[in-house]
Write a protein that binds this ligand. Structure first.
Ligand code: DX5
Length: 220
């Protein structure tokens, strides 16, 4: 793992109601620099989360929106400001559409990242990497928390880290005390987790333990 990139443990919040969303945001905000909001439209993935009307007036924190939606532009346009927008490569049919999404995000003062699902060839992403601020490697098929980390995705982490030593590479899905060190060792520096953070009662300790395990202790 290179020394050039910042390591962050990122809470992934998948909520079906605004009250659950706000309570989860509040529960992690003092422990982290960045919060991932998982947004699902029921079409791109077989699950649906909070929608536009639930996402107004969020606490002023640093968010990355993970857009698991078929038409990201129609969502992103409602969220001006310095947010990170993680857009799935599967929802970008061609270069012209990439250009449109990129220019909207730039105009709004945000940053664009690209996310990729396990079955999608990594080659589809490579040409765009110099134009984005980060890449999100899904280590589960998105839709639900609590799934098993797909170890085979680590070859993607190694490939990207070798090609792009300074790139922010995030993993999401099945990241927990057992798997986080493997993700880090193979090249990921942003480590998103839902169940490993929100289970139990001590969210702060969960976050500290994950970060410690990622960078220090292989956990056997
Ligand atoms: C995948 C979501 C993930 C998921 C992670 O559907 O994008 O963020 O909630 O959940 P865990 O960490 O429980 O696998």
């Amino acid at each position: 793992m290179g020394v050039f990139v910042q390591v962050e443990v990122i809470p992934a919040i998948l909520s079906k109601t605004r009250s659950d969303l706000l309570s989860k945001i509040n529960s992690v905000s003092s422990y982290v620099n960045l919060i991932q909001l998982d947004i699902m439209d029921g079409f791109f993935v077989p699950n649906k989360t909070v929608g536009l009307s639930d996402l107004t007036d969020l606490p002023p924190l640093q968010y990355e929106f993970h857009w698991m939606v078929n038409d990201p532009i129609n969502w992103i346009k409602h969220f001006p400001g310095p947010h990170i927008h993680l857009v799935h490569i599967e929802t970008i049919p061609n270069k012209e559409e990439f250009d449109r999404i990129e220019s909207l995000i730039k105009k709004q003062g945000g940053q664009m990242g690209l996310a990729i699902n396990p079955p999608t060839p990594i080659e589809s992403l490579l040409p765009f990497i110099p134009r984005v601020s980060e890449v999100l490697i899904m280590t589960v098929n998105p839709g639900f928390s609590g799934q098993k980390y797909i170890y085979a995705m680590e070859s993607r982490l190694r490939l990207l880290r070798s090609k792009f030593p300074k790139l922010t590479i995030e993993v999401d899905g099945g990241v927990n005390l057992e798997t986080i060190h493997h993700a880090y060792q193979n090249g990921a520096n942003y480590l998103a987790a839902a169940s490993a953070i929100f289970s139990g009662t001590d969210i702060g300790s969960n976050i500290v333990a994950l970060k410690k395990r990622a960078i220090g202790d292989a956990g056997g």
